[in-house]
Design a protein around this ligand. Structure first.
Ligand code: LMR
Length: 424
């Protein structure tokens, strides 16, 4: 007995409420998770004390002095709502007003689908939350389906559908040789996928490549989707960042709607309203009729309920305040264009700088690609050199967040890129 007790005591380490040391063995098997390929870059950047450091990793807009930006329309909306809002729960589906305004951006101001109440839509925790809600919905109601994901894509898309346990397939998208769209291979993959497959499409400003299909190509894709009865799920995280005009950036979605597709769509205000940390977005699924939309929405809410019950209020209120006021909305449109234009300007300057340095490589793709990112073609080894020798932080797939490029750092960046590529 006494020796049994000794063995028992001997096994214990740490303090228990009974004054005995207890063993901390519950999570022994847990290994540290791999660093996130995008957010891990920000962590490394923050830990670097070199004054020359540059962060072109995460897709978050900076002004020309490298500072995060709060839009003037957002500040004004905050002034208008300050002190007026109670802290009650939103409904499970979120702010009805915010969702209504958000649908107009994707489906059109005078969309008959909105009027006829054919869209099941809920507020979501930004674009990530919208994709994840959809992936869970897909798993629940189409348990045998898979999702076709472009190569490459935003790294988190893979995590989202993996955690929702939806098997993933890929389809061709980017052709490294041309630094453009691999349209022929994309169309082959669409044709060869089993009828009725689910496809994830970036509505505009493809992340990470900055390469979008042309309007004509979207029409062909839509036509082929119709022929194969595929389901198009659009992730529209960058509406406004491709052309500077949210309406133009919704063109791909509108083409699919004109062709009679019943689509799904994830929207986010992280980038185009700069509401990154507010986590405001929307998931919508266009249904056959109002009855179906009511059923689908109720199921989306039921998926949200055990995860987070209902979404947060503040960001949604900012969005609905801006979009329901014509004056604030036009200020927003002006500010979105301002952000997109600054990025376009930086593309030109970066390319010019590389050409002036006498780089033997072609940097045309920097200005051909659109949106927040430039898929530079730098290899992981070249990126490592940029980080280790020049304190320039970016994802190892060679993606440069053009939003982090400024008048002050573009020369330094160009010089460093030239240094690591000149013998390539
Ligand atoms: C990005 O691609 O950098 C952004 O969408 C931020 C993120 O969450 O990955």
């Amino acid at each position: 007995m006494a020796s049994g007790m000794a063995i028992f005591r001997g096994r214990l380490s740490g303090r228990s409420p009974f004054g005995v040391r207890c063993m901390s063995s519950w999570w022994q098997q847990v290994e540290p998770a791999a660093k996130d390929p995008i957010l891990g870059v920000t962590e490394a950047f923050l830990a670097d004390s070199d004054p020359r450091k540059v962060n072109v990793g995460v897709g978050a807009y900076r002004d020309d002095s490298g500072k995060p930006v709060v839009l003037e329309c957002v500040r004004e909306a905050e002034r208008r709502i300050a002190g007026k809002q109670n802290m009650e729960y939103l409904p499970m589906g979120g702010s009805v007003k915010m969702v209504e305004e958000t649908l107009k951006l994707a489906y059109g101001e005078n969309s008959e689908f909105i009027k006829d109440k054919k869209i099941a839509a809920v507020q979501a925790l930004s674009g990530t939350g919208a994709c994840r809600l959809f992936a869970d919905f897909q798993k629940r109601f189409k348990p045998d389906s898979q999702i076709y994901i472009p190569v490459p894509t935003w790294a988190n898309h893979h995590n989202i559908w993996r955690d929702a346990q939806v098997p993933q397939r890929t389809f061709h998208y980017y052709l490294p040789e041309t630094r453009g769209l691999d349209f022929a291979a994309l169309m082959d993959d669409v044709k060869n996928a089993p009828n009725g497959s689910f496809f994830l499409l970036h509505a505009c400003a493809h992340n990470p490549t900055g390469v979008d299909p042309t309007e004509e190509q979207w029409k062909e894709i839509s036509y082929q989707f119709k022929a194969k009865n595929h389901f198009a799920f659009f992730d529209m995280a960058y509406q406004g960042f491709a052309s500077g005009d949210p309406e133009r950036d919704a063109r791909a979605i509108r083409i699919f709607l004109e062709d009679g597709h019943l689509i799904g769509c994830a929207q986010s205000y992280a980038k185009n309203m700069g509401l990154y940390g507010q986590r405001v977005g929307c998931l919508s699924i266009l249904c056959e009729d109002e009855k179906q939309a009511v059923a689908v929405k109720s199921q989306l809410q039921q998926i949200a309920r055990p995860m987070y019950s209902n979404p947060p209020v503040h960001g949604a209120l900012i969005v609905s305040t801006i979009l329901s006021d014509p004056e604030l909305k036009s200020l927003w449109l002006k500010e979105v264009k301002g952000m997109a234009d600054r990025i376009i300007g930086m593309r030109t300057t970066l390319r010019e700088n590389l050409e002036k340095l006498g780089s033997p490589l072609s940097w045309e793709h920097i200005t051909n690609q659109i949106g927040m990112f430039c898929f530079s073609g730098l290899t992981p080894e070249q990126v490592d050199r940029l980080t280790n020798e020049f304190h320039i932080y970016m994802t190892r797939n060679g993606r440069i967040s053009m939003a982090g490029v400024t008048t002050g750092n573009v020369g330094y960046l160009a010089n460093a890129i030239h240094e690591v590529t000149k013998s390539a």
